[in-house]
Design a protein around this ligand. Sequence first.
Ligand code: ADP
Ligand code: UDP
Length: 236
Amino acid sequence: MQKVKELYEGKAKKVWTTEDPELLIVDYKDDATAGNGAKKGTIHDKGIINNRVTNHLMKLLEKEGVPTHLVEEISDRETIVKKVSIVPLEVIVRNIAAGSLANRLGLEEGTPMKKTVLEYCYKDDALGDPMVNEYHIMAMEWCTKEELDLIAKYSLKINEVLSAYLKEANIQLIDFKLEFGKTSDGTIVLADEISPDTCRFWDTVTKEKLDKDRFRRDMGGEEDAYKEVMKRLMGE
Ligand code: ADP
Ligand code: UDP
């Protein structure tokens, strides 16, 4: 399968069309941004790690009954995926207070939430991805009620599967962001990526951060942290 035309260049990935109108190739870059593009940099080999970790976790989720866009990994940085129409929402799942939730509610980072928290943000960089609720989503017709219920159900299932799986690797799943899309036949599938760019991963014992917060917060050591996640999950 060959890349035909660049469809889109985002902050972390390029998306290409292929000869098959139903399939795309995503190409993961080393570029890193934070604060809605305000901070820019690169994390060496991030594209390779995020491509491989995403596919590893999506394969696991498929086995557990969550449909995903994954078709086939074709190189270190490139994967064939089903073309979907992205539901313009970032679904955030939270187990432990961190980042914007800790700030918004005045919680100390690391405070466990008594119940899993689901949040929706409207995916629009120009507006700074504002948080929305089910009423906004219905009023804006970004998806139907049935689709949103399915997205919420899949998100909670993904949290259960990944939390248990990561725990085995001594990684605590603090929070993460998901995107869903609709295939040409109307099926809702998990799309985009699941990686140290889009999840907060803490070492279970030391609580060391193994994710993009190292870059966002100028802590350093982001390359080693990303490598450590891949090593713990994939043994390399
Ligand atoms: P951003 O757009 O936030 O800068 P990326 O650099 O990760 O993010 O760009 C990847 C883009 O591709 C995102 O807009 C994402 O919603 C979109 N995308 C992810 N998976 C698919 C898919 N299977 N089909 C169509 N678009 C997708
Ligand atoms: N996240 C993401 N993309 C975004 C916003 C958030 O992948 O555009 C992820 C982020 O990595 C974290 C979770 O979603 O795992 C919750 O992020 P939060 O709202 O706390 O945002 P931040 O602190 O990054 O502003």
